[in-house]
Design a protein around this ligand. Structure first.
Ligand SMILES: C[S@@+](CC[C@H](N)C(=O)[O-])C[C@H]1O[C@@H](n2cnc3c(N)ncnc32)[C@H](O)[C@@H]1O
Length: 243
């Protein structure tokens, strides 16, 4: 009889413990979610205030121009944005993770430029970003994208003189011994997640709803503000997409 009572008490206390642990886990999960939500909200609020301050300093005739994933390429007259994670960038206008909705109103931006940025996002993140860039652009606003070209990467792999390419020296890659090593670097190094060629870039831009797409030569554009922007000769694939 006594032994039975001891067993029952033990199993009740086990049950209570399990239940308490469940409640505790639920409270922790709820707190975590709340803290993340407040953090996102605060970041967004601070970013919007910062952007409003910058926009307030523009005169009425100035175009609103964004240089996204700017890195160390700070462009005067542009709003330079980067999340500043992968190197020490001394000057930016806004620290922002471009995988998240830009802190700009719909239809409020005239021009967007980015160089060697989009290939740092996965295809899902890239599509989301392209779509958000379109949201903030005014009607007829233009997005210019400059990036490495997958086709050029393949051509380089097939080139018998691939070792003589100037960019290998420039980026300290003269240690590379084989084409396989080189092509893997092109695909995976520097945080590359998805490489594009002309067909792929055009398809994705159409997919998110840009209405006109044109491919351009390095530093060439019919739009004065979009000419002479690229800083890298490795920007081989360049497109302008009109909202
Ligand atoms: C190869 S660098 C190019 C920098 C500059 N545009 C240039 O051509 O010299 C890629 C830049 O994209 C930025 N970047 C990558 N992912 C990002 C993200 N999710 N949000 C904001 N910036 C990001 C990096 O911090 C880095 O500065």
């Amino acid at each position: 009889m006594e032994l039975n009572l001891i067993f029952e008490t033990k199993s009740i206390s086990k049950k209570v413990k399990r239940r308490l642990f469940k409640i505790y886990s639920l409270i922790i999960a709820f707190l975590k979610k709340t803290i993340i939500t407040i953090n996102v909200f605060l970041r967004r609020y601070i970013a919007i205030r910062r952007i409003n301050h910058i926009l307030g300093n523009l005169n009425n005739e100035s175009l609103v121009k964004l240089n996204l994933g700017c890195g160390t390429d700070y462009k005067i007259g542009w709003i330079n944005i980067d999340n500043n994670n992968d190197r020490n960038i001394s000057k930016i206008d806004l620290k922002w993770d471009l995988r998240y909705k830009l802190p700009f109103e719909d239809n409020s931006v005239d021009l967007i430029f980015n160089e060697h940025f989009l290939e740092h996002l996965t295809i899902e993140e890239g599509l989301k970003a392209l779509s958000d860039f379109k949201r903030v652009l005014k009607i007829n606003g233009v997005l210019r994208i400059a990036m490495p070209d997958l086709k050029a990467t393949i051509e380089e792999y097939l080139d018998p003189d691939w070792k003589q390419r100037a960019w290998l020296k420039k980026f300290g890659l003269d240690f590379v011994q084989t084409r396989a090593e080189l092509i893997n670097i092109n695909f995976r190094s520097w945080g590359h997640k998805h490489l594009y060629d002309q067909e792929e870039l055009e398809r994705r831009l159409i997919e998110v709803g840009y209405r006109e797409i044109r491919f351009c030569e390095l530093r060439q554009s019919n739009i004065l503000e979009l000419a002479n922007l690229e800083t890298r000769n490795e920007s081989i694939l360049i497109a302008e997409a009109v909202k």
